[in-house]
Design a protein around this ligand. Structure first.
Ligand code: GLY
Length: 363
């Protein structure tokens, strides 16, 4: 069965189509957002050749001219050099302002292809086809696109919404286990920040989720996309503070990723540790009941996600990394902390010693 989630953004509104083994039907539905379509430029992760061929074939049958560009897997592709090569290839392929970019891959390809679409000829339409759980529930929805500079992740970018998102859970069957669990961390995050019913549902369905039961995955992805869509619809450009709630666990998590030079933890793993630290801090400060923090920790552990840094990280280096986080304002540390399951608040100016204790408690 296909379900869809609407992202309401006035003239930039779009649908997310979610199904399992429904590529053709849902590609048809997604393409309705692009009519008329004469040319598509596919940017695809090197490991997704079969999906790329299937989509390219379906487009050719519909009379759409196609070209494709293969991107190497890994964060290294989110670079100025890759972007520049893509712009050149788009030009050579006679991509014009009516063409459509199709991004097939995880967060790296989605961010890179989305930014290429945002910048080519001042912006052309694009379709996201996320193929990792993390990209399905987070990066493919909401229009954040961009690339890294050697010294700063996501330093260059633009808000550029896709015209449609096509999610097929069949691709998750072959996703490596760590990557799959990394996506689950962001889904637990949605439960903690916005939806206690989702949180409880995950608690009660750990076995089918870990077995990658397609119905369970569709339900988790649909609910996560609905929650993210609500947030994005109300604060598209992260100006009111609402969208910032999606950063629960991320100030700690980004710092863990940065000081381990992005080599030890996958994003969702670092976020699981980050949520453990942030939740513990909230409980210590009397903002969040301790038993809610314990429920969060226990759920993360049942999903085989890490809840501490092993080996320990250097506390001062981590604190320094947290202080350079993009989300801070005027140098003041800004943390999203839970107050009850399904509700978080932005807390500014916490004592650095409290933050140090949270880091040391889990590393
Ligand atoms: N991943 C956080 C956001 O999209 O705002």
């Amino acid at each position: 069965m296909t379900t869809s989630v609407q992202v309401d953004l006035q003239e930039r509104s779009y649908s997310i189509w979610i199904g399992t083994d429904q590529w053709n039907e849902n590609l048809n539905r997604s393409l309705e957002a692009f009519q008329p379509i004469q040319h598509a430029f596919l940017i695809w992760d090197e490991h997704l050749s079969s999906i790329r061929s299937a989509i390219e074939h379906s487009l050719s049958v519909r009379g759409v001219r196609t070209q494709d560009y293969r991107v190497s897997s890994g964060e290294g592709s989110k670079s100025v050099a890759s972007l520049s090569a893509i712009w050149e290839a788009m030009l050579t392929a006679r991509t014009d302002r009516k063409s459509v970019v199709i991004a097939i891959g995880g967060g790296v390809v989605g961010d890179l292809a989305g930014f290429a679409a945002a910048t080519y000829m001042r912006g052309i339409r694009f379709l996201q086809v996320p193929t990792t759980l993390l990209a399905m529930v987070d990066s493919s929805v909401g229009g954040k696109t961009g690339i890294n500079l050697p010294q700063s992740k996501n330093a260059i970018g633009a808000f550029w919404q896709p015209h449609a998102v096509l999610i097929d859970t069949s691709v998750l069957k072959s996703l490596p286990d760590r990557e799959f669990r990394s996506g689950l961390a962001e889904i637990v995050k949605y439960g903690v920040i916005l939806d206690p019913i989702l949180f409880e549902w995950i608690e009660q369905n750990v076995a089918p989720i870990l077995a990658r039961d397609s119905k369970s995955l569709e339900r988790l992805i649909q609910r996560s996309c609905e929650l993210k869509a609500q947030v994005v619809s109300n604060d598209e450009r992260e100006t009111t503070g609402l969208r910032a709630i999606l950063n629960y666990g991320h100030t700690f998590g980004h710092a863990i990723e940065a000081i381990t030079t992005y080599g030890k933890y996958l994003h969702g793993e670092a976020i699981a540790i980050g949520m453990t630290m942030a939740g513990w801090l909230a409980a210590e400060k009397g903002l969040w009941p301790k038993d809610s923090w314990q429920r969060q920790t226990s759920l993360l552990e049942r999903l085989n996600l890490p809840t501490r840094c092993e080996p320990a990280v250097d506390c001062e280096a981590m604190l320094a990394a947290m202080q350079t986080d993009k989300k801070n304002e005027h140098g003041v540390l800004n943390l999203i902390l839970p107050t009850r399951l399904g509700e978080v608040h932005s807390v500014k100016g916490l004592a650095l010693d409290d933050v140090r204790r949270a880091i040391r408690a889990f590393s």
